[in-house]
Design a protein around this ligand. Structure first.
Ligand code: PLV
Length: 322
């Protein structure tokens, strides 16, 4: 078996985004991971730690955690069951099946699917793989930052990191990774879409809250409750966490602009991060004094995602622009 399942992904400089942001923009291309997103880092690590002797893994997912679990399980020779909500598009269900996983569609949103995954783990004796709330996942995701530090070299430190938040696992991993490489004070811009905004709601309420529903089309950001560790990082201030929102229309526009300019197709969950540059949000944060001017290079975690193809892109255009 290889040492780990994830790849050391490219770190690209984007000329067009740098022009837009007014500082150098680096893209950490997690879309090029074997499972299509960063999730393989944490989930691959967790499966290797917990599932080598397992009779099977079960993972609840908006799609991409499931893709990572299915990929890791297939390579470990362990059966995988992935439970997704009915909001997951057909393209991701097909891709999960192509990875050899058994797919169950349960409930309307991820929280419903997760209840079923927990039940199956208990009744069938399967290893439960959560999509975002576990220290082993965060430890795996933290490898993003050590790779970035190695790629940038000793002279360069980012001015801020931009990433998307679903349940907060990526945020926890990146904050941990920033500490690991000695960049703990670098702010993180934590992006969500309106209607999939569990971290933003928690920050506004001053406590972890549960959303009534997920109304955003960025279904892979659609956890109703953020994990406690992510909320605690947002409150501690050691690594400043700026919780910001974009609309679905802004996230979709960002997906389209990124496709045109960088020739890469990513899903809405990732569009939220890209929109931080394309909508001028980074400039606004500078004007508000929440980010410094001038700003050192901006690092975008291009989280990727498999819930997208040309047909799904057209569906989103029809839904959001009709
Ligand atoms: N998606 C999870 C949770 O969904 C999943 O099951 O796949 N970018 C992409 C492309 C993602 O798929 C996700 C999470 C995120 C960002 C956010 O990561 P998180 O959940 O660790 O904050 C409900």
């Amino acid at each position: 078996m290889t040492e780990h399942f994830h790849l050391n992904t490219p770190l690209l400089e984007s000329v067009s985004m740098s022009k837009c942001a007014g500082t150098t923009v680096y893209l950490k291309m997690e879309n090029s991971q074997p499972s299509g997103s960063f999730k393989i880092r944490g989930i691959g690590h967790m499966c290797q730690q917990l599932a080598t002797q397992s009779k099977g893994v079960v993972c609840s997912s908006g799609g991409n955690a499931g893709m990572a679990a299915a990929y890791a399980a297939r390579h470990m020779g362990v059966p995988a069951t992935i439970v997704v909500p009915s909001s997951s598009p057909q393209v991701v269900i097909q891709r999960l099946q192509d990875q050899g996983a058994a797919v169950k569609v349960i409930g309307k949103v991820w929280d419903d699917a997760n209840a079923e995954a927990l039940r199956l783990a208990e009744s069938e004796g399967l290893t439960y793989v959560p999509p975002f709330d576990h220290p082993l996942l965060w430890q795996g995701h933290a490898s993003i930052m050590s790779e970035v530090a190695a790629s940038l070299g000793p002279g360069v430190k980012p001015g801020a990191v931009v990433l998307s938040v679903g349940g907060g696992g990526l945020l926890c991993g990146v904050v941990q990774g920033l500490k690991d490489v000695g960049w703990a004070e670098v702010p993180v811009i934590a992006m969500e879409t309106v209607g999939a905004d569990c971290l933003n709601a928690a920050v506004k309420a001053g406590r972890v809250v549960t959303l009534d529903d997920i109304t955003s089309e960025a279904k892979c950001l659609g956890a109703k409750t953020v994990c406690r560790q992510a909320f605690e990082y947002s409150q501690s201030g050691e690594t400043p966490v700026l919780s910001e929102l974009v609309t679905d229309e802004q996230a979709l526009h960002a997906v389209e602009t990124f496709l045109n300019e960088e020739r890469v197709l990513v899903e809405m969950a990732c569009g939220a991060t890209l929109a931080a540059v394309y909508t001028g949000l980074v400039h606004r944060l500078q004007q508000e004094g929440r980010l410094p001017t001038p700003l050192r290079p901006l690092l975008l975690i291009v989280c990727g995602g498999s819930s997208i193809d040309v047909e799904q892109l057209n569906n989103l255009r029809n839904k959001l622009r009709s």
